[in-house]
Ligand binder design. Structure first.
Ligand SMILES: [Fe+2]
Length: 434
């Protein structure tokens, strides 16, 4: 919910919103510019067919911008039910009478035209929390980027080659040179959650002060190389490292490595967007479940950080480096390449404590359940956050290489089941003071 904000330059904000809307739509259309067969097929029971995501983002935009804020008569009320994420599970979606690819593109473009009319007329200084500061546009832009990241996860699961945008990433640097592996964060009070960020979600609010005892946190995310040592030392065969549920999962599924990894003799390979390649030792590990992250941390003599510890290590600003939007030498976000950047690639993105790669590369599992902050109020609807609170989902922080800069910040909270690993998830370790 927005604190009362007076927008300094309404025209500039409207231009920024229009540019963000255009950019996210270009991204969605690029990911769905594939054969119809690939769009309507279900690649995994965990995921919707891509054509569902495509029409769903338009339907969400219609519900919130056109109907709720614009007061516009529904364009296609009969399809609302199909695209309501709470009515049909992902595995049930392929059997629904969904809009076909062309119809879906026509529908979302029709919605978008009217959205731009609403943007043109809206008063962004209106105290109504959906209008103030353009919150409703932030809601739909972030929502569409989140579905774009989901579509990338679907494409990765499909193992179809193609759609690997390979930009250049900065090189890593040796983690042994100049920087200790762990950073000490002294005990004290810090402010957790979002105060001034106008597009922050309800679950990031309210900002609140809390005391944390001193702790150590890894300077970098855990690398594939380090993770391979856990695998080689028999980590998956030793129940000592696992919680009871984690061990049950390993045994039941026969899990022996991160998702998409296979072994050929002594060499680990991974399949990335349909292409096999040796696992690069110097990249953050990704496609691990919370159970795996938690077991590795115990094996390594530590534990996962709580989300409060993770957020404090960022240093209390919108991003670890400050409040300015990310640059290419600060973070790997927005699908610059289709992979995490090597460990140590972003010294310019370090937090004031010297912790690196907190934002981008891989979502980082934390030890925390997804729970409301003290004083939480649901906004704009209970199904965004509130229905997920409880001891079912673990919090992930920091965004991945597939996350757009508009859809992440140091206060941003993502959540998922502890078994999930089709997401671009990794982790770093922490430990309490001796
Ligand atoms: Fe959604």
């Amino acid at each position: 919910m927005t604190d009362s904000i007076k927008v300094p330059d309404v025209t500039a904000l409207k231009e920024k919103i229009a540019a963000e809307l255009a950019a996210v739509r270009d991204r969605s259309l690029a990911y769905t510019d594939v054969d119809d067969d690939l769009l309507v097929r279900q690649h995994s029971p965990l995921m919707s067919p891509l054509v569902w995501d495509l029409a769903h983002v338009g339907n969400y935009e219609e519900l919130w911008v056109l109907r709720e804020v614009g007061g516009i008569t529904p364009l296609r009320p009969e399809i609302d039910d199909l695209y309501d994420a709470f009515t049909h599970t992902r595995s049930a979606r392929p059997s629904l009478p969904l809009l076909g690819p062309d119809e879906a593109r026509r529908y979302i473009s029709g919605v978008r035209g009217r959205v731009l009319d609403v943007l043109d007329k809206i008063d962004l200084d209106d105290p109504d929390p959906l209008r103030a500061g353009g919150f409703v546009f932030g809601l739909v832009v972030q929502h569409e980027h989140q579905h774009d990241e989901t579509m990338l996860a679907t494409l990765q699961l499909s193992r179809e080659p193609g759609l690997i945008r390979e930009g250049d990433l900065p090189p890593g640097r040796s983690t042994n040179l100049g920087a200790p592996r762990e950073v000490h964060i002294p005990g004290g009070i810090f402010t957790m959650g979002a105060a001034a960020t106008p597009w922050a979600y309800d679950n990031e609010r309210p900002a609140h002060r809390m005391y944390l005892p001193g702790y150590w946190i890894d300077r970098f995310p855990v690398s594939n190389g380090a993770y391979t040592e856990f695998v080689a030392s028999g980590g998956y065969e030793d129940p000592r490292w696992w919680t009871a549920e984690g061990w049950q999962w390993v045994e039941a599924k026969g899990v022996r490595a991160p998702l998409f990894w296979t072994r050929d003799g002594d060499i680990w390979w991974r399949t990335r967007f349909g292409r096999p390649e040796p696992v690069p030792a110097d990249e953050p590990v990704q496609h691990v479940s919370w159970y795996e992250a938690d077991a590795y941390a115990r094996w390594a003599g530590g534990r996962l950080p709580t989300e409060a510890e993770w957020e404090k290590a960022c240093g209390g600003r919108t991003y670890p480096w400050g409040d300015a939007d990310p640059t290419l030498d600060q973070a790997n976000l927005g699908h610059l390449a289709a992979r995490p950047a090597p460990i140590g690639a972003f010294p310019q993105g370090a937090s004031p404590y010297g912790v690196e790669q907190l934002i981008g590369d891989v979502w980082e599992w934390t030890d925390s359940w997804f729970l409301p902050y003290p004083g939480y109020r649901s906004f704009p609807y209970k199904e965004y956050s509130e229905v997920f609170f409880g001891q079912e989902h673990r919090v992930l922080r920091g965004g991945s290489w597939a996350t757009h800069p508009s859809a992440v910040r140091t206060t941003f909270r993502n959540w998922d089941y502890p078994v999930r690993r089709q997401i671009f998830s990794g982790f770093r370790c922490a430990r309490s003071e001796d």
